[in-house]
Write a new protein. Structure first.
Length: 379
């Protein structure tokens, strides 16, 4: 009995010990699980709160950026201004000198100057490329209008703000890459790594130099406006457009009279200038005429010489010539040889000789006389 009680007590003690062990190991496990769940929940809450804070900051930043961009755009806009002007003047030398002095006074400079001096049939003119500080461009144009007659004027404005900002951002990116490449160069151990880094570093530096050059060019074009000025010397200003009918008639008539007078003057000047050429042409024409006349005379003499040799001259028939008349078979008054064996008949008397009366019919065997004129008269 005692042994049974001892066994029961031992089993109870073992159960109690097991229960105590379970209780001891179970509570920390539960605490750990609850702690992990609590920490996870707190982390989720903190992450959500952080996301909300970041969103608020981003919204605040995005709401503030446009204002800053607009303010910067209003104050730091990159504008390139170009002006093309054509002016007239009656005092060419005075206007050119005045323009150059005004450019120097305003802090600008002359980039190009082409001058064409007066010739015999025209007037002087000049073409100038001027660089004027952008903030004093309007002042320069106003001064030029005061001392000359403006024929035409064109002004262009190019906004390069976006291009400028893009170049600056790309430049910063390449500068950061250059710094990283330099740091990697210090850490490189093999020759291949050094060669690859140097090759890339060369490309990056080339891009940086190109961008810096473009930025400097833009800065110069923005700081100094370009004026293309054409100056013409005239004796009569081009009148402005008028709307009145009679005023237009008056201006047009005056212009035409001036053009006619100017045309006559220019024609006279051109004629006087061309006198040496005209003289040479006159000499050439005179020589040609003389040569042609000599050739005509030589040809006439040759023709007369050929005519004298018997070419183109009619034969003369008569007693003194000794030539026989066609169809008579006689040489003058002498009978010629018998044709066909028949004896020649007597020579018929001429008109006015014996045996021949006017109106009398010729006898048998006689040849009728010529038509009322003897051979000597015909000859």
């Amino acid at each position: 009995m005692k042994e049974k009680k001892n066994r029961k007590q031992k089993s109870v003690k073992i159960c109690l010990l097991a229960a105590a062990a379970l209780i001891l190991f179970g509570i920390p496990a539960c605490g750990a699980s609850s702690g992990s769940s609590d920490s996870a929940s707190t982390n989720e809450m903190s992450g959500a709160q952080a996301d909300g804070i970041y969103e608020e900051i981003a919204e605040a930043d995005t709401g503030a950026e446009p204002v800053e961009v607009e303010e910067n755009a209003a104050s730091d806009r990159k504008l390139i201004k170009n002006v093309t002007m054509t002016v007239e003047t009656e005092d060419y030398s005075g206007l050119v000198s005045s323009v150059q002095n005004r450019v120097e006074e305003l802090g600008g400079y002359t980039e190009r100057y082409d001058a064409y001096n007066e010739n015999s049939i025209g007037s002087r003119s000049a073409y100038m490329t001027l660089r004027i500080p952008a903030d004093r461009l309007d002042e320069f144009i106003r001064q030029v209008e005061e001392i000359s007659n403006i024929v035409s004027r064109q002004e262009t404005v190019e906004d390069v703000t976006l291009s400028y900002v893009d170049l600056e951002s790309r430049k910063r990116m390449y500068e950061e890459e250059e710094d990283r490449l330099l740091s990697l160069m210090e850490q490189a151990e093999t020759l291949d790594e050094i060669i690859a880094l140097e090759s890339r570093l060369t490309e990056v530096r080339y891009q940086l130099e190109s961008m810096e050059s473009q930025l400097r060019t833009m800065d110069d074009q923005v700081s100094y406006s370009t004026v293309y000025l054409s100056i013409d010397e005239v004796e009569h200003y081009t009148p402005p457009a008028e709307k009145g009918t009679w005023e237009r008639i008056r201006v047009g008539f005056t212009e035409n009279v001036y053009r006619v007078g100017n045309g006559i003057r220019e024609f006279f000047i051109g004629f006087v200038i061309s006198l040496p050429i005209l003289f040479v042409l006159a000499v050439i024409i005179a020589v040609a005429v003389v040569v042609i006349r000599l050739l005509l005379r030589v040809s006439e003499k040759n023709y007369a010489k050929r005519a004298a040799q018997g070419k183109g001259v009619r034969p003369v028939y008569g007693p003194s010539s000794g030539a026989s008349r066609p169809g008579t078979g006689q040489l003058g008054n002498r009978p010629c040889g018998n044709h066909g064996g028949a004896a020649p008949g007597p020579v018929p008397p001429r008109q006015g000789q014996a045996g021949s009366q006017p109106g009398q019919a010729p006898q048998q065997g006689q040849v009728p006389p010529l038509s009322g004129k003897n051979n000597t008269d015909k000859e």
